[in-house]
Design a protein around this ligand. Structure first.
Ligand SMILES: Nc1nc2c(ncn2[C@@H]2O[C@H](COP(=O)(O)OP(=O)(O)O)[C@@H](O)[C@H]2O)c(=O)[nH]1
Ligand SMILES: [Mg+2]
Ligand SMILES: [Zn+2]
Length: 309
């Protein structure tokens, strides 16, 4: 029986089988597929699995197999700096909720998110919330950022969850897709998700037999059905997705505006730091590449520890 994973505690998994029933699941034995052993969790939200019913009445089942993943996103495992924890799998897109102020989201945070999504082949979208509190100067800064990111290929939205402004196009964006939603605390992620899921409380009570209930699950992702079709995956307590297994020489490949110019650098192993004949540095001088994005590139570069390779 095929089923989709909605949430997990690390030992219990909540899955919905294709007939619509929810199941409390555990993994049968220690099936460790080779491709999964580099993460600290074998199965994540969004995974398609095969179930064997254990106890029909108690809605209990065993997970006996996992389908190949289309993609996945990771964060650094709490168990170790170089171990990754899969946040969610099989995503159509990933959205970062950001704010111009209260609190201000840094471009460094945005760029790390975007690099992570590029590295894992997940379309990334930036959504600025709290449009209602932006004055003229804030709006000018918003337009500057929107232009910076749109010009390198990312969709940028502006809305207000609290005042219910700009929500129609946002709903269209989510419809029929599986979307991971992340962002710093305080940006209005919960407010936005509650607006999208007027039935959120009902949905949770429908699975009141969930075995993981009451367990400490705040740092795990959780999937919800959207009324219009599609799913959103909330990431409460996840501070940041991880730029954790990227090599220094790969990083520019995850900046679309650099990727398209890499052949123009004099040296094919150019890291775009101080090498002569660097097309990236030249593009920055010509103001064709955002200097701020480049500064964040240098900062990300600094955090990459090559020793493990
Ligand atoms: N002005 C304004 N405040 C908002 C908006 N959305 C959320 N907030 C407020 O921002 C604070 C944080 O919201 P919350 O949804 O808890 O953020 P989370 O930490 O990202 O889940 C709360 O006081 C919300 O009322 C918005 O669109 N405009
Ligand atoms: Mg919240
Ligand atoms: Zn270069």
């Amino acid at each position: 029986m095929k089923a989709l994973i909605y949430k997990s505690t690390g030992s219990w998994y909540l899955a919905q089988s294709v007939d619509g029933r929810f199941w409390n699941c555990r993994i049968k034995g220690k099936f460790k597929l080779d491709k999964l052993i580099t993460s600290t969790n074998p199965i994540a939200v969004g995974d398609w699995v095969t179930l064997e019913v254990a106890e029909q009445e108690a809605h209990q089942a065993m997970i006996v197999g996992i389908d190949d993943r289309k993609n996945y996103l990771v964060r650094q495992s709490p168990h170790g700096r170089h171990q990754k924890h899969i946040v969610a799998a099989n995503l159509d897109q990933s959205i970062i909720i950001a704010t111009i102020k209260e609190p201000k989201t840094s471009t460094g945070f945005l760029d790390r998110f975007l690099v992570t999504c590029e590295a894992y082949h997940i379309p990334a979208i930036i959504v600025f919330n709290k449009s209602d509190i932006l004055d003229e100067e804030d709006m000018a800064y918003y337009y500057f950022l929107a232009e910076t990111y749109q010009s390198v290929g990312y969709a940028v939205y502006l809305l207000s969850a609290e005042k219910n402004i700009g929500m129609d196009s946002f709903r269209d964006l989510l419809k029929g897709r599986k979307t991971l939603i992340t962002g710093h605390s305080g940006v209005g992620k919960s407010t936005l998700i509650n607006l999208l899921l007027p039935e959120k409380d009902l949905a949770t009570s429908a699975v009141s037999e969930w075995s993981g209930k009451g367990m400490h699950t705040t740092t795990f992702a959780e999937m919800y059905d959207l009324p219009e079709g599609g799913h959103i995956i909330d990431t409460p307590g996840i501070r940041e997705l991880g730029v954790i297994d990227i090599r220094k020489d790969e990083l520019s490949g995850y900046y679309p505006e650099m990727k398209s110019r890499l052949q123009e650098c004099k040296y094919n192993n150019c890291l775009h730091l101080n090498e002569p004949g660097c097309a990236i540095k030249e593009a920055i001088r010509q103001k064709e590449i955002s200097e701020e994005r480049y500064i964040n590139y240098l900062k990300i570069m600094d955090t990459i520890d090559e020793k493990k390779y």
